[in-house]
Design a protein around this ligand. Structure first.
Ligand code: ADP
Ligand code: MG
Length: 368
């Protein structure tokens, strides 16, 4: 799937500086979640090295980063399964540091679903309410409502083994939302599904979140998933947050070279002593006779071509140094025509405003 960041840009989205914490507050003026100076180590391993985050009421907020960057540890501290060594954890303005998970208005959906195999779908969904001694009538009503929200009405009597992976994921979701938590934590919930189903569930999950209006904190290492689903994204790296922003902010105005490379093809170039990046879809391959006016143009040679159906990706070595990935829609190009381009001399061009200066990621020492 190609990136859709551009179409998620909101009008007025330029007002806020990228990286500033934002998101709506509740009537008390407090965000749903606030982490302040949170650190967590396991022995010598610094899992989370000092982060600050504010997540607003009803936001779809994503923790995005490579494996081992501290996403799950952060989520577990919000849930109360782990306590920070340093720092505080607030939910809706209340300091919950040291408060156990069952006393927090949060629920977690795990990737392995964690459904009880011997219980029916209905029993699974009602389980949390039964533990809380909610009356049978109300249990039935709320479970039916939750199952309707995840489009599984009529599946009450089935066993988890009689469901597909996507349906099991939806039961896990119903089981969490039936408790009406203030915040729902989801740790790579679609990781076990194949690509087609995952893309379908991304759309469904986003729709369900819009319906239930619960704050979602979503963990993924998949940048496309994060760009597609999120109101805002925190980009994690090595136990730190590199940037917080709307999908279009982190994609189009990456804060440093790490974010540039993780949330897309890095396309880093050094020109006149400045490091810049240009996203692949912003670069044009100019034919002889094409009008390059208004564009910054450079000469190069196509080193490699990858035909991918909807688009073709060209890797171009530039005379002025460096290489860029160029993505072009296959409007008229056939696969043969695309592949024949290998080795050709070309001119590439982009509008000056589409190149973004990128700072080098500052190397920080891990705090003890
Ligand atoms: P992510 O979810 O981004 O993959 P994690 O938060 O799971 O990252 O892990 C961050 C770092 O902390 C990793 O280096 C991981 O090995 C380490 N870590 C996480 N949990 C534990 C644990 N219970 N014991 C020891 N090390 C851990
Ligand atoms: Mg994880």
């Amino acid at each position: 799937m190609e990136r859709t960041a551009a179409i998620t840009t909101e009008p007025g989205g330029q007002d806020e500086p990228a990286g500033a914490p934002s998101g709506s507050r509740d009537s008390s003026g407090e965000p749903d979640v606030r982490l302040s100076g949170v650190r967590k180590s396991y022995g010598d391993v610094v899992a989370v090295g000092g982060i600050d985050l504010e997540i607003g009421r009803g936001e779809f907020f994503t923790l995005l980063g490579p494996s081992g960057s501290g996403k799950t540890t952060t989520l577990r501290m919000i849930a109360g399964f782990e306590e920070p060594d340093v720092g505080t954890d607030e939910l809706a303005g209340r300091d919950v540091t040291g408060i156990p998970p069952y006393d927090r208005e949060v629920n977690t959906v795990f990737q392995d679903y964690a459904l009880f195999p011997h219980m029916t779908v209905g029993e699974n969904v009602e389980y949390g309410l039964r533990v809380k001694r909610v009356s049978k009538d109300e249990r039935r009503r709320r479970s039916a409502e939750a199952l309707e929200m995840v489009r599984l009405s009529g599946y009450e009597a089935r066993k988890p083994s009689e469901l597909s992976g996507g349906q099991r994921q939806r039961v896990a979701l119903a089981r969490a939302i039936v408790n009406r938590p203030r915040v729902l934590l989801l740790d790579e919930p679609l990781g076990a599904l194949d690509l087609k189903l995952r893309e379908q569930m991304q759309v469904e999950l986003k729709g369900i979140q819009g319906d239930v209006r619960i704050t979602f904190i979503y963990v993924t290492h998949d940048q496309d998933e994060a760009l597609t689903m999120s109101d805002r994204i925190a980009v994690f790296n090595d136990g730190r947050v590199e940037q917080v922003g709307r999908p279009a902010d982190v994609y189009e105005q990456p804060a440093n070279d790490f974010v540039t490379g993780f949330v897309g093809a890095s396309n880093l170039l050094e020109r006149d002593g400045v490091r810049i990046t240009v996203r692949p879809e912003k670069i044009r391959l100019l034919e002889d006779g094409d009008d390059g006016s208004g564009l910054h143009t450079e000469r190069g040679v196509i080193r490699d071509v990858a035909y991918a159906g909807m688009v073709t990706r060209y890797l171009v070595d530039l005379e002025a140094g460096g290489e860029v990935l160029v993505v072009r829609q296959n409007l008229e190009t056939s696969s043969t025509e695309a592949l024949e381009q290998r080795g050709r001399q070309v001119t590439v061009g982009w509008r000056p405003e589409h190149s973004v200066a990128v700072t080098e990621q500052t190397r920080r020492e891990n705090p003890q």
